[in-house]
Design a protein around this ligand. Structure first.
Ligand SMILES: [Zn+2]
Length: 343
C-alpha cells in the first residue's frame, strides 16, 4: 500500500479568483498547492478589454501573489474586435474565454450566436491564441446543454477552424470525452474534481445544492468516461478545477426559491480530492500527468522545483473555510493529507 507520494506542484488552467476581499482568499488557496494557474476573466465587470485585463492581472491579482504565476485570459463578446484581440496577443494575453450567454456566473456578455464570432475565431486561429470554451448550448437547459453544444455548435466550429487551439473546459459527458479524444493534439479538455468524484445521483440523493455546478453533474456512465480519461495519461486530458469561492448561505440557502450559484470551492483541498479519486481508480501514478505534466507540455511552461507530498493519513474537510466559504466535501473525511515542499 502506498503511504506517501511526491508530485510536482499543481498546474491548474481554470480558477476563479474573483475580486476585492475574495481575491485574497482565492490566491492564498491557489498558492498552497499550485505554482501556475489560469485566472478566469468573468469578474463583475468582465475582462473584455486589454486595459481591464491589465488592471486586473497586473494590478489586483499581482498585489496578492507571492509565488503563483497567474496566466491571463480575455473575455470574448460578440463585439470583440480584431484589433482588441491583436492588442491582447501583443501584450502576452493568449487565452480567450468563450461563455455561452447567461449560463453561468457573469456570463451575460457571452455568446448567443456562435456564427457571429467566426471572424474573431479566425483571428485567434491565425494569431495562435487559445479558445477556452465553456461548452454548453446557450439555449439549452442545464441537463442537455453540454451534449447540445458538442452536437449542434462544436462540429461546425471544428470544421471551420481546423488549426484553432482549444481548451474544452470542465467536460462532463462521455460525448465530450469522445470529441476530444478523436481530435488533434492541440485540442485539450479539462476535468474538475467534482465531476470525477460525484454524479447527479449524489446531488439528488442528498438534495445537496452545494454540488450544483455548470455543466451539471451527469450520470455514472459519463463519470466513468471522465475517470478513464483522467487516468489514461493522454496528453489531451488535464486538470481544470474550476474552483470558485461561494459562501455557505449562497450554496445552501435557507430561504425558498433562492437562486443557487454554480460552482464548487475546491482550491483549498485540491490535491486531497485528486489523490482520493486517483487512488480509488488505482492510478495514483497518473496523478502528476493529469495535474501537472499535461499543462506544462501544452503551455510550454518551465519545470518547477516545488513539490507536494501526499501522505496516506486522513483529512477531515471542514464545514467552512476562512471567510465562510463552503469547500467541496465539507464535513467529510478523505484518506489523504498533503504537505508542500517549496524552496
Ligand atoms: Zn469556470
Amino acid at each position: 500500500v502506498t503511504t506517501s507520494y511526491i508530485i510536482p506542484a499543481l498546474r491548474d488552467p481554470h480558477q476563479h479568483l474573483r475580486e476585492d476581499l475574495e481575491l485574497q482568499h482565492t490566491v492564498e488557496a491557489a498558492e498552497l498547492w499550485c505554482d501556475t494557474i489560469l485566472g478566469m476573466p468573468n469578474t463583475r465587470e468582465p475582462l473584455t478589454t486589454l486595459d481591464r485585463a491589465k488592471q486586473y492581472y497586473l494590478g489586483q491579482v499581482r498585489a496578492y501573489t507571492t509565488h503563483l504565476t497567474v496566466m491571463p485570459c480575455l473575455y470574448l463578446t460578440e463585439d470583440t474586435t480584431h484589433e482588441q484581440l491583436k492588442e491582447a496577443a501583443d501584450h502576452g494575453i493568449n487565452s480567450v474565454k468563450i461563455y455561452p450567454r447567461g449560463k453561468t456566473s457573469h456570463s451575460q456578455h457571452g455568446i448567443r450566436n456562435y456564427t457571429l464570432i467566426y471572424p474573431q475565431l479566425d483571428v485567434m486561429q491565425s494569431l495562435r491564441m487559445t479558445a477556452h470554451f465553456h461548452g454548453e448550448h446557450p439555449e439549452s437547459d442545464p441537463w442537455t446543454g453540454e451534449r447540445d453544444f458538442y452536437t449542434q455548435i462544436f462540429p461546425a466550429i471544428n470544421q471551420a477552424f481546423p488549426r484553432l487551439r482549444m481548451v474544452l473546459e470542465h467536460i462532463s459527458t462521455k460525448e465530450a470525452v469522445e470529441t476530444v479524444l478523436k481530435g488533434p493534439g492541440f485540442r485539450v479538455a479539462t476535468i474538475t474534481p467534482q465531476h470525477l468524484l460525484f454524479t447527479i445521483g449524489d446531488l439528488l440523493q442528498d438534495l445537496d445544492s452545494a454540488l450544483h455546478c455548470r455543466p451539471a453533474l451527469k450520470e455514472t456512465p459519463d463519470q466513468r468516461a471522465l475517470q478513464s480519461a483522467a487516468i489514461s495519461g493522454d496528453p489531451r486530458i488535464m486538470l481544470g478545477s474550476d474552483s470558485a469561492p461561494w459562501k455557505l448561505h449562497k450554496k445552501r440557502p435557507t430561504t425558498a426559491r433562492a437562486v443557487i450559484p454554480c460552482g464548487c470551492w475546491t482550491a483549498k483541498y485540491l490535491p486531497i480530492y485528486l489523490a482520493t479519486i486517483f487512488e480509488q481508480l488505482g492510478a495514483l501514478d497518473k496523478l502528476s500527468t493529469f495535474a501537472h505534466h499535461n499543462a506544462t507540455q501544452w503551455w510550454s511552461l518551465r519545470p518547477t522545483s516545488r513539490c507536494l507530498s501526499l501522505v496516506r493519513e486522513p483529512t477531515t474537510i471542514p464545514h467552512l473555510t476562512e471567510g465562510d466559504y463552503i469547500p467541496l466535501c465539507a464535513g467529510a473525511t478523505l484518506p489523504w493529507s498533503v504537505e508542500r515542499h517549496y524552496t
